[in-house]
Design a protein around this ligand. Structure first.
Ligand SMILES: Cc1ncc(COP(=O)(O)O)c(C=O)c1O
Length: 367
């Protein structure tokens, strides 16, 4: 048995040497605008005061404009994570069912379970590597309360075509179900459809500035929903005095330049994907289930190599300072088959990753 290894402890302990490709963070957002906003907030000692409890109106207006959802209420939370917790806490009861998938972003499933509800996990580790309206329909029972639609999907990188989003949103509308549309990775997609456009009354859109704007450490995200649904959720807001003021200043600065800077980030992210694909294609027994990814991550299936992704994660981190994540935390059923890599990183990080990966894998392969 491998002794336990604290990946986060190791990675943070070697912060500046590590290629951070394990948590879908974004290292390409221009730093100057963010730095100036953070410094201005500090200079004015904004941290001495509580922020506006409801958050900066200018930031919320920019978000409403970005999503083109002018009718919706916007709530700022400490990362999308806090919004996800509030939503599940507010809307689910013991015995309720949520239509979801495996693989998935399992932290949401954990929140669902905490509310006493449980997920119906459609196994999607085969083409098209995402939910379909037919599968959603087939999973609905009298106990179903919610559909979880993560688009683009962490960890696989699959994106939903417009027709599928609409069809799933219509199911939610017709069957009076809540549609939880987590769009954390939306900006990396070629084209993206918000479920709220089809089912505005039933949809809650969860957004984040962690991945698109590279603000993961500042913990800023939130939700959007129509009036009454928003109010039902917001009653459970734990941050009654408002979220971190410095994060809001940084978020505002980031949102002001997003349209201008994002095409470059997306282009670099796609170039990085291609580089990683070339490396994976050269390794017997490894393949990419989803390519191109519509997010800033995808998974590398290594099941045919016989290598345990947890051991590969450790080998890459300890001996190459390359941080990827084993699939085991992203899929109870399929997680031992893959490792996840994110690639909104500098070319230097990506080069290090593509050099280290075959070496680490070869070392762990049993002859
Ligand atoms: C699908 C999805 N939703 C939400 C989050 C949470 O993001 P944050 O709390 O940093 O905004 C993540 C983070 O990885 C994610 O992958």
């Amino acid at each position: 048995m491998e002794p336990p290894f604290d990946v986060f402890g190791y990675a943070h302990g070697h912060f500046s040497e590590v290629a951070w490709m394990g948590q879908n963070t974004n290292h390409l957002y221009p730093k100057a605008a963010i730095r100036a906003a953070v410094q201005a907030a500090m200079r004015e000692a904004r941290y001495e005061e509580y922020p506006m409890p409801a958050g900066m109106e200018e930031l919320k207006a920019l978000l409403r404009e970005d999503y083109a959802l002018p009718e919706q209420k916007v709530g700022l939370t400490s990362g999308g994570t806090e919004a996800l917790y509030m939503i599940t806490r507010a809307l689910l009861n013991p015995g309720d069912e949520v239509v979801a998938s495996d693989p998935s972003y399992m932290i949401i499933h954990k929140f669902i379970e905490l509310s006493g509800a449980h997920t119906i996990n459609n196994e999607i580790y085969s083409a098209p590597y995402r939910l379909t309206a037919d599968r959603v329909n087939a999973s609905i029972t009298p106990k179903t309360k919610m559909i979880l639609l993560i688009d683009p999907l962490n960890p696989l990188g699959s994106g939903y075509p417009e027709s599928e989003v609409r069809a799933i949103a219509e199911i939610a509308h017709d069957r009076k179900l809540i549609l939880l549309n987590d769009v954390t990775y939306r900006d990396f997609a070629d084209g993206h459809t918000l479920a709220a456009k089809t089912a505005p009354e039933e949809t809650i859109t969860v957004w984040s500035l962690s991945k698109n704007c590279g603000l993961a450490g500042l913990r800023i995200g939130g939700l959007m929903a129509r009036g009454e649904l928003f109010d039902r959720i917001w009653k459970y807001n734990t941050n009654d005095l408002g979220i971190n003021v410095v994060s809001q200043w940084a978020g505002l600065a980031a949102m002001k330049v997003k349209n201008e800077v994002f095409p470059r980030i997306k282009k670099r992210t796609r170039m990085n994907q291609r580089k990683i694909k070339r490396m994976v294609d050269s390794i017997p027994g490894a393949f990419l289930p989803v390519y191109p990814s519509q997010g800033n991550m995808f998974v590398i299936d290594i099941s045919a190599t016989g290598v345990d992704p947890v051991r590969l994660q450790r080998e890459l981190l300890e001996h190459h300072n390359v941080f990827l994540r084993s699939g085991t935390y992203l899929s109870p059923k399929f997680g031992s088959r893959f490792i996840r890599v994110s690639f909104s990183n500098s070319p230097k990080d990506v080069d290090r990753m593509v050099q280290a990966f075959p070496v680490a894998l070869a070392k762990l392969r049993t002859p």
